[in-house]
Design a protein around this ligand. Structure first.
Ligand SMILES: *Cc1c(COP(=O)(O)O)cnc(C)c1O
Length: 225
């Protein structure tokens, strides 16, 4: 299958899942995760009408964005972020999905230049393993409140990755309740970033507004040396 065929097959599956869930597919943004692939793939995706791509490593994001500076594309940073990379991330990302601690929020805010405003999501850890990234659900509101008070960040919602050892539907239902609690305090924080190649249909049922789909569209990721 060609890239174009894979992309349209996934978009059909998204439309079907939305219909089944009684949702409008127009409310769902499909982000193509391009990590490990060359910048030329982002160019090909752009030619196919893709407007949103996701990267999970700062250096790779920075390099691709610099190479493709003129491409009309929204760049989503979806990886774990070191505080000392906050400034580099901010310079290359339009949206940061993975804000999971006060220090990172503060560092992103300090890295603002002029009056630019960065869209951010609070990453929720749906596992008990702190190494997987994200704030525990019971810490989400405090972090959301902190972000909302930082002038150069705009709190847009929450993000999560489904655990490996749990059915995605039940994990995403927990994410939904955290999302609802955050949104009750911050009405503009209406985004739910969830759903990857293996579980985007379940994420749509749970109300995901932003899907992060990689290999189903791009094909297998090149192995990193
Ligand atoms: C790699 C990645 C994805 C995409 O994964 P696929 O299984 O290839 O769809 C989504 N979200 C995050 C945070 C990722 O790192």
């Amino acid at each position: 299958m060609t890239l174009a065929a894979r992309l349209s097959a996934i978009d059909e599956q998204i439309a079907d899942a939305a219909r089944l869930a009684g949702r409008d597919a127009a409310d769902i943004t499909r982000i193509v995760v391009t990590k490990f692939h060359p910048a030329s793939l982002v160019q090909e995706l752009s030619a196919l009408g893709v407007t949103d791509v996701g990267e999970n490593r700062q250096q790779e994001l920075t390099a691709k964005r610099a190479e493709l500076a003129d491409l009309p594309m929204r760049w989503h940073y979806i990886g774990q972020a070191q505080t000392n990379k906050a400034s580099a991330i901010r310079r290359s990302a339009d949206v940061v999905h993975s804000v999971d601690r006060d220090r990172l929020a503060d560092a992103l805010d300090r890295a603002a230049e002029g009056d630019d405003v960065l869209d951010v999501l609070v990453q929720i850890n749906l596992t008990e393993d702190p190494g997987r990234g994200g704030v525990q659900p019971d810490g989400a509101l405090a972090l959301a409140d902190r972000i909302a008070n930082l002038p150069s960040l705009r709190l847009r919602g929450v993000m999560a990755v489904a655990p490996l050892d749990e059915a995605p539907a039940s994990a995403f239902a927990r994410l939904r309740s955290v999302a609802d609690a955050v949104r009750a305090q911050h009405p503009d924080a209406s985004w739910i970033s969830a759903g990857m190649t293996a579980d985007f249909a379940e994420a749509i049922v749970a109300g995901a507004t932003h899907l992060r789909i990689g290999s189903a569209i791009t094909g297998p990721r090149p192995v990193r040396g």
